[in-house]
Each structure stands twice: as C-alpha cells, then as structure tokens.
Design a protein around this ligand. Structure first.
Ligand code: FES
Ligand SMILES: [Fe+2]
Length: 442
C-alpha cells in the first residue's frame, strides 16, 4: 500500500491492511477519506465482500426480462429479471475481453450481445453464442464462460439487495432493527405499494462517499448548514418543516436510534401531533392550495390522512453502506473515486391513493433536494478540501460520548440518543472496520 502522508499521530502509519489504528472510539483518521488504496479496498469489501449492498427497487425492473444498469462499488452490474420474473445481478463485463455488454441504463432484453466481438449472454448470465466458433478449440466449454454473478440477490418488500457472500445472513436478519423502520416507511402507502419514478435526480460532489453517510444521520448540522432554508420556513410560521432543528434540538422530543450493522435513523415524528400535522407544517409548494381544496372537498374527513401522505415520512433512515431514505425519497450513494461521489435521488409514488396525492408528492420531493441538498454537498466538498491538510490528522465523532443521560437502551435493545449525537458515525465505523479487516483477522 502506498502510504499517503504516512503518519498517524506523527509516527509512521502501520502496515497495509491494519486499519485499526485509524478508527478510534472518538475519531477517525483523515486518510479514510483521502487514500485511494483505502478507497479501492472499500469498493471491494464494503461494497462487495461479505456485505449486503442496496441495488434497486423492484418497481425499477417491473416485468419479465427487465434490466437496470448500476454499479456495486466500481463493478458495472446489470440487475435483471429472467423470463420467469426471478432476479439476478450479473457483472456488466464481457467474459471475453472485459468490455461492458450493455450501455443502456434500463430496458427489456432476454439477452445481451457484446458490442466488441459479438459474444451473446442470456439475462441470467449464461454464454449462449460466440461468433465463428470454429476459432475455438474443441476443449472450449461455453458453460465455463458465463458472466460473473452475485450468488445472492434478495428483495425485502420491494427493496433489492445483493451480496457476493454466499453465506451472508438473510436480508431481514442483516437489516435487524432497521426492518421495522423500513416497514413504517413502506406501510405509509395504504397497500404497501411503492413505485419509484422513472426519472432520477443525479447530483455529483467532489468528496468521499462516506461524507454523505456521515451527514445522513447528523442532526447537528441543520441549524447551521440549512440556515437559509430554516429562515425561509420560519417566515411562514412558527413550526414549519425542520424548524425544530434550529433551537436546541437535543432538548426536543426527536431521537436518533442506532440500529446495528451500521444502520441508524433520526425520528422527527415526535415533533408532530395528530393527523394532518405533517401536512400543516410543510413548507408551501407552488399550486398546492388548489389541490388541497380539491382533496378536502372530495375526501372530507379522510383528507388529513391523505394530505399527510403527500409530505415526507419524517424519518431519515440510513442503511449501510449506500441506501438513505429521506422524506419520501430513496437516495443512493454511488462512489466514483476517493474524492468523487454521485448521489441519486429517486422520487416515489404510492398505490392506493387518488392521483392528486401523487401529484403533490412529486412537488414536495422537488423541495429538499433543490433547497437543502446543495448546502450539504457544499459542506462535503469543503470537508474534502480541509482534509488535504496532512498535519491535522483526525476527524472527530465524539459528540455525545460520555454525556450522562443521552444514550438509552430501549426494551428492544436498541440504543437511542439525543439527535445531535455522533453515535451513528461511531457505530457504522465499527461495521466498516469489521468489513475492511483482512480475512485472517475476522
Ligand atoms: S469483449 Fe465482448 S466479445 Fe470481445
Ligand atoms: Fe443536511
């Protein structure tokens, strides 16, 4: 390993592979965000290796022979449904000389023909054709040259995860305490039907992928980073969306929960009271008044329930390493390089509601990525710039550590804390370290 700025506490950094010196109870070393070799190991082991990784939502591959192009770490991958509807994840990498097979983002295909020399593969990965086969000797066996495949692809209520670890626990086991939170989010749809919209809002930033994960569970920053948004909201009323982050959020009713395996959630729901309060406290969106009038006129007493479904779920659920559920959106972290990341925001519609509910949902889902996410991404880029100073070695994650009364263990064994606690970082870094450990030390 090239040791980039190779010192820890001013002394030579330990040998390659030994990352334990870089993750402490209260801090992590800057090179976790800047070292290309650590990044390369993450792409193999955190996005791959033994871990589950979020791939996509089932509504993105809706019919037999649908496919979707994505990345798992840096691996180009095709998520496919075969003709019977079963899911597969195959490497989008020709087994001949490595060209990507498919360059479309999504579509319907029973097979893929490599544009380079024409080898053809079924959407399940088998090699079915090699042009001019007389050029291969009699020992050539097509069965040996299928596409690399994920041994396990599993869906939990529409959320599809893949792993390269054939003996990984089941997805619900790995989600653990996060399962109930994901259920809450899915069950907001009256029939549990979530539909990912076909358009995606891609946002790129010049920073490490973990900066987005650090931030997703961070209840400390909104008052400062999103000040302009909060000020705009406060001009519209006392308790508008997110204003509760502005005034001593640790004293308020919000909590953050550490769910194990690197997962965590911020629960903003205790800031609201009763049916209709999600809606009543949302920032206005253009045109919403006339739609509200129509919904109230048509649905009477049921209108409050329906209008609450238009706005966000009021939880921020982080599923390690790459799935963030924010409001009504599914956000996916896609690392590109040690200092380059794409965030993809997928808006969702739900089944079992009148169409105008989904119309308002779409307007609401344009709100935060447009008004708030640029604040966050500016921070990520400025952190990355700050990390370039090699003498200042540490990034702190000690807020909430040893503060009497902050952390509590619930009856289900889940630790919760004040919403600005950085426990979510301490927790996921423990998982990260475990996944990054060389085979022999696990
Ligand atoms: S690289 Fe695909 S056929 Fe040659
Ligand atoms: Fe933010």
């Amino acid at each position: 390993m090239t040791l980039q700025h190779a010192f820890v506490d001013g002394r030579p950094r330990p040998a390659a592979g030994d990352l334990t010196a870089l993750v402490r109870e209260d801090r992590v070393h800057r090179t976790l965000y800047t070292d290309p070799e650590i990044f390369a190991a993450e792409m193999a082991q955190v996005f791959g290796g033994r871990s589950w990784v979020y791939l996509a939502h089932e509504s993105q591959v809706p019919e037999p022979n649908s496919f979707l192009s994505l990345r798992v770490g840096l691996r180009p991958v095709l998520l496919t449904r075969d003709r019977s509807g079963a899911l597969h994840a195959v490497f989008n990498r020709c087994s001949h000389r490595a060209a990507t097979l498919c360059r479309e983002m999504s579509g319907v295909a029973k097979s893929f023909q490599c544009p380079y020399h024409g080898w053809t593969f079924r959407n399940t990965g088998e090699l079915v054709g090699t042009p001019w086969p007389q050029g291969y000797g009699e020992n050539f066996d097509r069965a040996e040259h299928g596409l690399h495949k994920f041994p396990r692809v599993e869906s939990y209520r529409g959320f599809i995860f893949g792993t390269l670890n054939a003996s990984a626990p089941s997805v619900p086991e790995w989600l653990g305490a996060a399962t109930g939170w994901l259920d809450y989010w899915i069950d907001r749809a009256p029939e549990g039907e979530v539909i990912v919209r076909s358009g995606v809002h891609h946002m790129g930033y010049r920073g490490n992928w973990k900066l987005a994960y650090d931030n997703a569970g961070d209840g400390y920053h909104p008052a400062f980073s999103h000040r302009s948004l909060l000020e705009m909201a406060s001009r519209m009323g006392e308790s508008k969306d997110m204003s509760y982050f502005g005034t001593t959020p640790d004293d308020g009713p919000m909590r953050t929960y550490l769910l194990g395996n690197g997962h965590s959630v911020i629960d903003q729901r205790p800031n609201y009271e009763g049916p209709g309060s999600f809606w009543a406290n949302q920032r206005p969106q253009p045109g919403r008044e006339s739609l509200e009038e129509r919904i109230r006129a048509e649905h009477g007493e049921d209108a409050d329930r329906l209008l609450d479904l238009c706005v966000g779920s009021q939880i921020n659920l982080s599923i390690f390493p790459n799935l963030l559920i924010i409001g009504n959106q599914i956000q996916v972290i896609e690392p590109l390089a040690v200092d380059r990341t794409q965030l993809s925001w997928h808006a969702t519609a739900i089944g079992g509601v009148p169409p105008e509910i989904n119309t308002v949902r779409m307007r609401t889902q344009e709100d935060f990525p447009a008004f708030g996410e640029p604040d966050d991404q500016a921070n990520f880029e400025e952190v990355q710039r700050g990390l370039a100073a090699p003498e200042a070695e540490w990034v702190l994650m000690n807020r909430g550590l040893d503060v009497p009364g902050w952390q509590e263990i619930g009856p289900d064994g889940v630790v919760s804390s004040a919403v600005t606690d950085e426990g979510h970082m301490r927790q996921y870094y423990a998982t990260w370290l475990d996944l990054m450990a060389p085979e022999a030390t696990r």
